[in-house]
Ligand binder design. Sequence first.
Ligand SMILES: C[S@@+](CC[C@H](N)C(=O)[O-])C[C@H]1O[C@@H](n2cnc3c(N)ncnc32)[C@H](O)[C@@H]1O
Length: 289
Amino acid sequence: MNYRHQYHAGNFADVMKHVMLVRLFAALQRKEKGFLYLDTHAGRGSYDLAAAAKGDSLVREPEHPLGIGRLWDRSDFPEEIAAYVGLVRSFDRERGNLGGPPRFYPGSPWIARRLARPQDRIVLCERHEGEAELLDIEFGRESRVRVEAMDGYGAPRAMLPPIERRALVLIDPPFESEDEFARIATAVGEGLARLPSAVFAIWYPLTERARVDAFFSELLALKLPPALELELTVAGERSVRKLKGCGVVVINPPWGFEAQAARILDWLAPVLAQEPGGSGRIRWLVPGK
Ligand SMILES: C[S@@+](CC[C@H](N)C(=O)[O-])C[C@H]1O[C@@H](n2cnc3c(N)ncnc32)[C@H](O)[C@@H]1O
């Protein structure tokens, strides 16, 4: 396990994923009844972007200037994105940044914590010992948040169905090993068997189109409920860059989410593009009713 999200925090993929996460929270909170937010691969919870450039031993090119950095000084956001930027800006300020470029970036755990109502609960899973310790320091005393130093792929099986009978599950692995897509499919199948109405958001990298198509076939074999596929590319298919974009599959998308996601991708695609050919795409993997 070599992956550290520290080096990628606030990059274009985080922006896309976290904007969608904020929207999903808002959609689930249209109902008064609380829900469980389950983060299977939580990371350390928050990131100091200044440290990201230092690397383990060598200076690294930070990724956040091409992500949150591209949004930082703008104000022309559609409302679907404004809530995310407002949350990141206030987090950054409260952690001590007094101005200039962004310095402190909230990971998905802090985004969820900021958005959760008293009736919502949060479970954060992280398998890397050091990252889980940092997560525990951030959230250990919070009564509504539980930190589990465990294999997140086992979490849908272990945590669903929750007492609330409502859940939003973020699956956001590092994609370090070959079997990552297969493990996601297994975890989703186990989760849906326990709570068929659970909303899943699954992040994936767009490095090889064929691998992603094979993943969709694995998901479709589960006889999924309605599922939307959202993709953001920052470069065209012929680009030599390894990570050409990323996607989020949303299973059981809330009512109205498709139109919001389309507006988000339309706005983000030109702002986050790094080479010609960057674009947004949205399609139903399994059509909604
Ligand atoms: C992409 S990062 C998560 C970022 C976080 N969700 C966010 O949006 O801020 C993936 C994390 O998964 C952790 N990890 C790797 N394998 C895991 C596993 N099997 N179970 C739980 N966590 C794992 C890594 O240590 C890393 O912190």
